[in-house]
Write a protein that binds this ligand. Structure first.
Ligand SMILES: *[C@@H]1O[C@H](CO)[C@@H](O)[C@H](O)[C@H]1NC(C)=O
Ligand SMILES: *[C@@H]1O[C@H](CO)[C@@H](O)[C@H](O)[C@H]1NC(C)=O
Ligand SMILES: *[C@@H]1O[C@H](CO)[C@@H](O)[C@H](O)[C@H]1NC(C)=O
Length: 541
């Protein structure tokens, strides 16, 4: 008897035991249609609820984990109108519940080649919002007319955010918020048909979106691959720079495709708490935070001292975001003091690292600059006086440079002038009258001690991560991972939206390896070029 029971169990295990199996798929039906699952030619309709839509679920009694299945889209009458071309199966045949899968997408999760951790990992604690091995689906529900009006007027930066419903579904999680605030975000990207959005959760109601309550859904519209910004962030993680994390998401608004976006955290209070102060005691009151931009024609956030008063600085170039210890009348005071130190500093003096370390996180700043140079980030501090924050960290009483917006990188924008040595990159900034960038020229370029540190970091980062051997496998994995999403995004009809069109699928493929209009060098050759050019630039000591 015993032997018989055992062998039956073994036989069952081998064929896949009969059990109740639950199937889950994310899908947007036509009109009042629905979804179903087909197992061994038999179709079972699936259902959804207001709390889970667009996730469709059914438990099929007596199904076998060993049987394959496909999802089908059904008409309102329950007729099959679209069937997946591939057969799905469990890796573990004993499974009784699927992940939340996505209609027409064979992979729910991707395992990515890891990058080496070159310097100490300073990433924030993991958040379910930013699991980069999968692409979540976001559904925003908005007043149709208000949303259409917002999209029709993307340049209106003063427009009030819309109150919208929000749902996020990934392989194992559904997150809903009854009311979030949504508005168009970005500067240059507002001139394209495909727009970026900013989503703010109501923290007062405990809606923190996995500790990341202010996010941007970035359009990546200037980059034919949509991979450049994510890759830049990956490398910042690998070299121990505190930065916003990123994950790709599919975005729908009112049941209609809106676009394939890179979700990133905005540099706001929650970012300071979870990322900048991670691993440290978080101060009750955060320090002062400034956002720097060069959106006013002719202006750059150079960090040059322009006078003792807040009124000496254009608030659109130096915007105080958190007041910290400054008075209401002089919100720039702390940053002005730092810029004054910088102006008075004589870079020929000894002990520069010690001097600056009491004022600035020199290590974090140098790594951020190494990355700006390596990726040819022409829209950031070094080159353009743009897209960065300065945070006065009250825990160690010094400034922290925070980089943001990594899309104009790896030749995106086709700027031939960034294709040069780091010294020429630095010198060309100083030549422009009134537009010197002293954090670079005085510290990195003119001070021997800090320059040596910079060069050492530049060489290490190039040898250990910023080279084709390390980065190409990950780029290939990304290209494969997002290929179907890029096709889906490009199929969205945005002809009603004002603004420029973005790229084609052909450009997506070409821009990995070669030129496309406006992006003169592919990501891979860009990386290979810098990896080759950097070592000879470093003076042997
Ligand atoms: C689900 O939402 C619809 C539309 O908002 C509503 O009419 C319906 O009553 C809701 N159903 C449940 C069970 O709450
Ligand atoms: C700064 O403000 C003080 C006090 O209001 C004023 O006297 C001074 O002229 C201002 N300096 C500059 C350079 O604007
Ligand atoms: C896109 O939508 C517009 C109307 O907004 C329509 O005129 C046009 O034919 C559509 N284009 C395609 C390719 O479907």
């Amino acid at each position: 008897m015993r032997i018989f029971v055992l062998s039956t169990a073994l036989a069952l295990a081998a064929t896949g035991a009969l059990a109740d199996v639950t199937y889950n798929v994310v899908g947007f039906p036509e009109d009042k249609g629905s979804f179903g699952v087909v197992i061994n030619k038999k179709m079972t309709p699936m259902t959804t609820t207001n709390a889970t839509y667009p996730l469709w679920t059914v438990t099929v009694p007596g199904a076998s984990g060993g049987s394959g299945w496909r999802y089908v889209k059904l008409s309102p009458e329950g007729k099959e109108i679209q069937r997946e071309s591939f057969l799905r199966s469990f890796v573990n045949k004993k499974s009784t519940v699927t992940d939340n899968q996505v209609f027409l997408r064979i992979n729910t999760k991707t395992s990515l080649p890891a990058l080496p951790q070159v310097y100490t990992n300073v990433e924030p604690l993991p958040s379910k919002a930013f699991d980069e091995t999968q692409m979540a689906t976001i559904h925003i529900t908005a007043n149709e007319a208000d949303f259409a009006d917002m999209v029709a007027h993307p340049l209106d930066e003063e427009r009030k955010a819309l109150k919208c419903g929000f749902r996020f579904i990934n392989a194992d999680t559904i997150y809903s918020a009854a009311e979030v605030k949504v508005k168009v975000s970005g500067h240059g990207s507002r001139k394209y048909q495909k727009l970026s959005l900013r989503v703010k959760f109501d923290q007062d109601k405990g809606e923190t979106f996995f500790d990341r309550p202010i996010i941007k859904l970035r359009s990546e519209t200037s980059d034919p691959t949509l991979i450049r910004e994510k890759t830049y962030g990956d490398i910042l993680n690998a070299i121990g720079v505190k930065a916003s994390q990123a994950a790709w998401v599919r975005v729908y608004v009112n049941n209609k495709p809106f676009g394939f976006h890179l979700m990133m955290e905005d540099i706001e209070e929650p970012f300071l708490r979870t990322t900048i102060h991670k691993g440290q005691q978080v101060p009750k009151d955060l320090g002062s935070l400034y956002q720097m931009g060069s959106h006013v024609v002719g202006e750059e956030a150079t960090m040059l001292y322009l006078g003792p008063n807040t009124t000496n600085y254009n608030p659109e170039t130096y915007e105080n975001k958190i007041r910290g210890d400054n008075t209401k009348a002089e919100p720039m005071a702390q940053l002005i003091a730092f810029m004054k130190d910088l102006q008075e500093y004589d870079p020929t003096l000894p002990n520069a690292v010690k001097f600056w370390n009491t004022r600035l996180d020199v290590d974090g700043f140098l790594k951020a600059m190494v990355m700006e140079y390596l990726a040819g980030a022409w829209d950031s501090y070094w080159w353009k006086g743009n897209n960065f924050f300065m945070y006065y960290n009250p825990v160690n009483a010094r400034w922290q440079f925070i980089a943001t917006d990594f899309d104009s990188t790896f030749s995106d924008g086709g700027r031939a002038d960034v294709l040069t040595t780091y010294k020429k990159f630095a010198a060309s900034r100083m030549r422009r009258s009134g537009k010197d960038h002293p954090l670079v020229s005085k510290l990195i370029y003119k001070n021997k001690e800090i320059n040596a540190l910079f060069e050492k970091t530049l060489l290490t980062v190039t040898q250990k991560v910023f080279n084709p051997n390390v980065l190409n496998p990950r780029l290939d994995a990304y290209a494969k991972m997002i290929e179907d999403e890029v096709k889906w995004d490009l199929a969205i009809n945005r002809s009603k939206n004002p603004g420029k069109k973005s790229f084609s699928f052909d450009d997506f493929q070409k821009s990995m390896n070669g030129p496309v209009t406006g992006v003169t060098i592919g990501i891979k050759p860009w990386i290979a070029g810098r990896a080759k050019d950097v070592p000879p630039q470093i003076t042997k000591k």
